[in-house]
Ligand binder design. Structure first.
Ligand SMILES: *[C@@H]1O[C@H](CO)[C@@H](O)[C@H](O)[C@H]1NC(C)=O
Ligand SMILES: *[C@@H]1O[C@H](CO)[C@@H](O)[C@H](O)[C@H]1NC(C)=O
Ligand SMILES: *[C@@H]1O[C@H](CO)[C@@H](O)[C@H](O)[C@H]1NC(C)=O
Ligand SMILES: *[C@@H]1O[C@H](CO)[C@@H](O)[C@H](O)[C@H]1NC(C)=O
Ligand SMILES: *[C@@H]1O[C@H](CO)[C@@H](O)[C@H](O)[C@H]1NC(C)=O
Ligand SMILES: *[C@@H]1O[C@H](CO)[C@@H](O)[C@H](O)[C@H]1NC(C)=O
Ligand SMILES: *[C@@H]1O[C@H](CO)[C@@H](O)[C@H](O)[C@H]1NC(C)=O
Length: 915
């Protein structure tokens, strides 16, 4: 829904922006009266406190005397008075200046889409000529001033999308000329008595979504007294809490509403609502939204509304038999209904043959229900059907249909239905007008008939065959795809080389197959829109071709787990939008190209498990300042750790283990502020192209002493430093203990010496600490006994001495974690300290550890305990999992027509503050 709002915002703002500037010109040209000084001053005073006024008001200049020529200002040609003021979409912050009061002839005031704050000024009620007042999409708070009730000329009032609260003033009943009243998402407002509403006899459009009507008894009567009302939206109004929605006098049979568009979503309504819904519905009703309630069916009368075009019944939480639902709906409604949207409800039973009565149906979405049985052939005979989504049900898709006339059918989504056979459904090829096809996770175990790939020249926008067992080779894929299209063949058994590809692709996901051969095929994608390439987990071999300047829009490049080798090509520097570069587990070698420093959008850089041979470049710290994840592990990097890395203030995972680094650990690591602070990776990156819109999360992979695991959980809160298996010398800089939020620190297998900084005990979030196989000496700091989150500790093979501090914590680890320290004594070691004559082992409470427990179990336990914070951590991550986002998908379809806008928006990156 967020993307829906964003899209709305973007498109609307754009159009609003155009509105500014249309004002100032004189269309008649003759005998224009000049602007009055008093009003001109008022406008200048209005402008004065605004920040960056010239973004919108550059024509409002002191040396331009006629303010009627200023943008957004319209004057009366007869009197020169300012009559209209449009200052919309300018991002202005601040309060509205009092000076507006001097614009006494103002007719239209539009300040929408700014960030004006403070309360809505009471004086606005003195602008008595106003017929149009739009303050929507601002940050006004406080209550709605009663004085607005004095604006008796108002025909349109829009206060929606602010932060107001309190009661809607009953004085609104004085606004008898109102035709449109928009109070949706106005904040936390409520209506107490609805009497005022019934005075607004000219009202045509009323939107009050988000306003509580919980105590508004008899609201239905009030609505019915509005003879001109055609649009009523009462989403999220707590209607289920209204004690008496209508009066006993309501004579429902004689009332006739003229409402054509009625939204009652998210009200927790049960089917008792159908008693009061009846008088609100008539044969004017075209659009009805009952989504997000607890309805367990629909009454027959809804099936007899001969005008209904669209019914949204999504997200209802009561169980309903779908055949009964259809039967009740199949009066004359069945002839008019074009959209039946009912995803995420609790429909059971089969897709009954009754569906064939719905001859106007164009958009049918029953995804994410509990429908079962076989998909009826009758469905395909619906003459107008354009979009069909039956994903996430228990439906069976027959592999053959004896059909002839399947000319319609543009979008077919059958994700997670079961394909009978399990053959590839040939009947798909009879759908001549296919645009989007989703057969993912349908159990297909087959090859794809060659003709399939020639079926829809330049037409397919979306093809998802992922998570099946489809085998065979791919033919040339040059012709099927339309511009900016998505192809997802991941997690199958495709093999062979990739032949020619279409240039039109935006997303190419061939991961987790058995593809082989080189990857120079990507160079065929020229002038493309490509944003996402995932070729990981295949058997690709060869070099990364030097043609990457083809991909100016690329955001994700995942080539991990293949057999690619050679140097990275210089053209990698042209990927200036790249956010994720994942090359883990290949055989890349040589130096990193200097041009990589151009990739300043990088968030995650994983070059691990290759053969790169280079210094750790200083430009990583200097140029790639957006990095959250930096993984260079298991390569041949040499030299010292550059101090510039300390400038990566967002860095949460630093893994340079298993290289040939020498020198000391820089003390400036304490500058890695994200490891000091709470919270974590707060960027949700959404790629519009994958599954139309998926939300991207990283995929965590834990590699633990040869044992590799992958967890697809968010890494948002993981903070770790792994410098193990290098040749580092010197001491642990005491500054490292400032990294309060560090969760894992692995310095094992180096040549480090000196003592453990005593303040290590203050790193209370530390869960993993591995200092094994170094030359550390001295005593184990006693404060370590307070590190209550510590789940994995290894101090073995050093020169530690003295007694292991006594605490349940440190004694709970296996003795082997202290082995190889000749002078260490006390439990859990059997070696007694001098003076400990008797064997008095301290009590072991809580998580005691069986001797036979192996690393796996310990890791597993750590994983669950650590998981209490809502994540699974590891030192090592893999990237490239995109989650399927149902809501986003549906929001998308609502904007089916705005595909161009969508493409324009392409990637929405929004910051969600994780507190
Ligand atoms: C008014 O119209 C003239 C001629 O069409 C144009 O050059 C000028 O920029 C316009 N002024 C404003 C303020 O829009
Ligand atoms: C209205 O204009 C008069 C004359 O310019 C001025 O004295 C007065 O302060 C203005 N009122 C407001 C509210 O700005
Ligand atoms: C209203 O907003 C202003 C400025 O944003 C803020 O100072 C004030 O505390 C807010 N008032 C209320 C009641 O929320
Ligand atoms: C405006 O509304 C209030 C409250 O409903 C009412 O008492 C008052 O008489 C109305 N004012 C006018 C001028 O009609
Ligand atoms: C809806 O009803 C459920 C259970 O009756 C309740 O827990 C929930 O808070 C209600 N939600 C709203 C928005 O009223
Ligand atoms: C790196 O960026 C600069 C400027 O942004 C550009 O001129 C240069 O061509 C880029 N280098 C490569 C290898 O693309
Ligand atoms: C670390 O931060 C301190 C204080 O902000 C700064 O003076 C110092 O230069 C930084 N060190 C490095 C290596 O970035």
């Amino acid at each position: 829904m967020l993307s829906f709002l964003l899209l709305l915002l973007v498109t609307t703002t754009a159009s609003q922006l155009v509105a500014v500037g249309e004002g100032g010109n004189d269309t008649n040209g003759v005998n224009m009266k000049k602007c009055l000084d008093k009003e001109r001053n008022a406008l200048l005073l209005f402008k004065a406190p605004l920040q960056h006024p010239d973004d919108c008001l550059s024509t409002w200049r002191v040396d331009e005397h006629d303010c009627c020529k200023w943008s957004g200002v319209m004057c009366s040609t007869q009197t020169g008075h300012v009559t209209e003021l449009y200052i919309s979409g300018c991002s202005f912050v601040g309060e509205i200046s009092h000076s507006l009061l001097n614009l006494t002839y103002l007719n239209i005031l539009d300040l929408s889409y700014n960030s004006f704050h403070g309360t809505i000024p009471t004086f606005i009620g003195s602008l008595t000529e106003l017929s149009y007042l739009d303050l929507s999409y601002n940050s006004f708070n406080g209550t709605i001033p009663r004085s607005i009730g004095s604006l008796r000329e108002l025909r349109r009032l829009d206060l929606s999308f602010n932060s107001l609260y309190g009661t809607i003033p009953p004085e609104f009943g004085n606004l008898t000329n109102l035709q449109e009243l928009h109070l949706d998402s106005v904040g936390r407002c409520r209506v107490e008595k609805v009497e005022w509403l019934s005075h607004l006899s000219r009202l045509e459009d009323l939107r009050m979504d988000g306003i509580s009507l919980a105590s508004a008894n008899h609201w239905v009567d009030a609505i019915l007294s509005l003879p001109k009302l055609t649009h009523l939206s009462l989403g999220g109004c707590e209607l289920s809490q209204v004690m008496y929605p209508y009066s006993s006098f309501l004579n429902s049979s004689s009332s006739s509403s003229s409402i054509s568009d009625l939204s009652l979503q998210n009200n927790n309504l049960t089917s008792s609502m159908y008693r009061w819904l009846l008088p609100l519905t008539s044969n004017s009703l075209q659009i009805l939204d009952l989504s997000g309630n607890m309805l367990d069916g629909i009454p027959k009368y809804l099936g007899n509304i001969c005008s209904l075009v669209s019914l949204d019944f999504s997200d209802n939480s009561a169980i309903i038999k779908f055949p009964d639902f259809l039967t009740n709906l199949s009066g004359c409604t069945s002839l008019t209904l074009a959209d039946l949207i009912a995803y995420g409800s609790q429909f059971t039973g089969s897709l009954s043959n009754e569906i064939q009565k719905f001859s106007s149906l164009g958009y049918l979405d029953l995804s994410d229900n509990h429908l079962s049985g076989s998909i009826s052939e009758k469905l395909w005979e619906l003459p107008m059907l354009v979009i069909l989504d039956l994903s996430f049900n228990n439906l069976i898709v027959p592999s053959t249909y004896h059909l002839s006339s399947l000319s319609y059918g543009k979008d077919i989504h059958l994700r997670s239905c079961k394909m009978l056979g399990p053959r590839f459904p040939k009947w798909i090829q009879t759908l001549k007008n296919l645009y989007r096809l989703d057969l993912s996770n349908t159990g297909i175990s087959d090859t794809i008939p060659l003709e399939f790939w020639d079926m829809w020249p330049s037409q397919l926008i979306y093809l998802n065959l992922s998570s099946n067992n489809i085998s065979g080779k791919l033919p040339d894929l040059l012709s099927n795809f339309a511009t900016y299209s998505v192809i997802d063949l991941s997690s199958n058994s495709f093999n062979g080389q990739i032949p020619k590809l279409s240039s039109a692709l935006a997303t190419l996901d061939l991961s987790r197959n058995k593809f082989s051969g080189g990857i120079s095929f990507i160079c065929q994608i020229v002038d493309g829109w490509l944003e996402f390439i995932d070729l990981s987990h295949n058997s690709f071999i060869g070099q990364l071709p030097d043609c990457l300047w083809h991909f100016k829009d690329l955001k994700v490049l995942n080539l991990g787990h293949n057999n690619l080798f050679g140097r990275l090509p210089p053209s990698i520097g042209s990927l200036i939008q790249l956010q994720v570069l994942y090359l883990y587990k290949n055989n890349f070698s040589g130096e990193l190209p200097l041009s990589l420093k151009n990739c300043t959008s990088l968030i995650s850089l994983n070059l691990g498990a290759n053969k790169f041979y280079d210094n750790v470049p200083v430009w990583i710290g200097e140029n790639l300042s957006g990095l959250y994840f930096l993984l260079l592990r298991s390569n041949k990097f040499f030299g010292t750790i550059p101090l510039q890395l300390c400038q990566l203030s967002n860095l949460q995972i630093l893994d340079m283990s298993m290289n040939n680094l020498h020198g000391s650990i820089p003390s400036c690591l304490s500058n890695l502020t994200s490891m000091v602070q709470q919270g974590g990776f707060s960027q949700d990156v959404q790629y519009s192209t994958k599954y139309l819109q998926g939300s991207y999360v990283d995929n965590a992979m834990i590699e633990w002493q040869g044992d590799e695991r992958e967890f697809s959980r968010t890494l948002k809160l993981v903070k770790s430093i792994d410098l193990s298996s290098n040749n580092l010398t010197g001491q642990i800089p005491y500054q490292i203990t400032n990294l309060f939020n560090l969760i894992a620190l692995n310095l094992s297998k180096n040549e480090l010496s000196g003592e453990i900084p005593p303040k290590i005990g203050e790193m209370i979030n530390l869960e993993i600490l591995d200092l094994s196989r170094n030359s550390f000496s001295g005593r184990i700091p006693s404060r370590m006994s307070h590190m209550s989150f510590l789940n994995y500790l290894d101090l073995s093979y050093n020169n530690f001495s003295g007694r292991i501090p006594t605490s349940t914590q440190l004694q709970s680890f296996q003795p082997s974690r202290y082995n190889g320290n000749a002078h260490l004594c006390g439990p859990p070691l059997t070696k007694k300290c001098p003076g400990d004559e008797e064997s008095e082992s301290p009590p072991i409470i809580g998580k005691s550890e069986g001797d036979g427990e192996d690393i796996d179990d310990e890791l597993e336990r750590w994983f669950y305990i650590g998981g209490g914070m809502g994540f699974v951590t590891g030192f090592w991550i893999a990237c490239g999992v995109l989650l399927f986002n149902r809501r986003g998908r549906h929001a998308f379809f609502q904007f089916y027509d705005s595909f161009k806008d969508w493409v324009y928006v392409k990637v929405v990156v929004f910051i969600a503050n994780l507190q």
